[in-house]
Design a protein around this ligand. Sequence first.
Ligand SMILES: CC(C)(COP(=O)(O)OP(=O)(O)OC[C@H]1O[C@@H](n2cnc3c(N)ncnc32)[C@H](O)[C@@H]1OP(=O)(O)O)[C@@H](O)C(=O)NCCC(=O)NCCS
Length: 120
Amino acid sequence: MPWPLDGPELALALYREYAHPRALVDETGALVAFGEYYFKPPATVRFARLIVAPNRRGQRIIDTLIDRLAADAARHRTSDTLELAVFADNSPAKRANLRLGFIPRQDVLSDAILTMQRHP
Ligand SMILES: CC(C)(COP(=O)(O)OP(=O)(O)OC[C@H]1O[C@@H](n2cnc3c(N)ncnc32)[C@H](O)[C@@H]1OP(=O)(O)O)[C@@H](O)C(=O)NCCC(=O)NCCS
């Protein structure tokens, strides 16, 4: 839980309670990846806890995970900006996110964490 919480931060923290957790499985039912999305007011879908099984990394599974999460979110609301955050030293994740069209937000200032967005 971040602290201090101002009004918008509190609203965001409460929205996170309504995250939609999703698992990606292969044809045998084995768990391949996991991720969550939640709706961040006014018009953003934010992804969280994205992770690909260690033995399946480097196979672009993140592309399928993001596609499926975005499609699922779009069933509730369309045309939202997609957003995620990544630790600045997480090079594999940053490369994958850039390849998928996510651009670092310049207005969110943090040395340790990069907020990235993909517009509709
Ligand atoms: C970040 C992550 C989700 C990427 O998923 P992915 O399906 O492996 O994505 P990609 O296949 O596009 O690979 C991304 C980079 O990981 C690197 N990679 C390849 N094999 C790897 C392996 N076995 N282990 C770690 N990284 C590997 C590749 O170099 C690739 O970079 P490249 O495109 O320049 O070659 C995944 O590495 C992961 O689950 N990491 C731990 C959780 C995490 O960091 N989540 C943050 C998400 S914002």
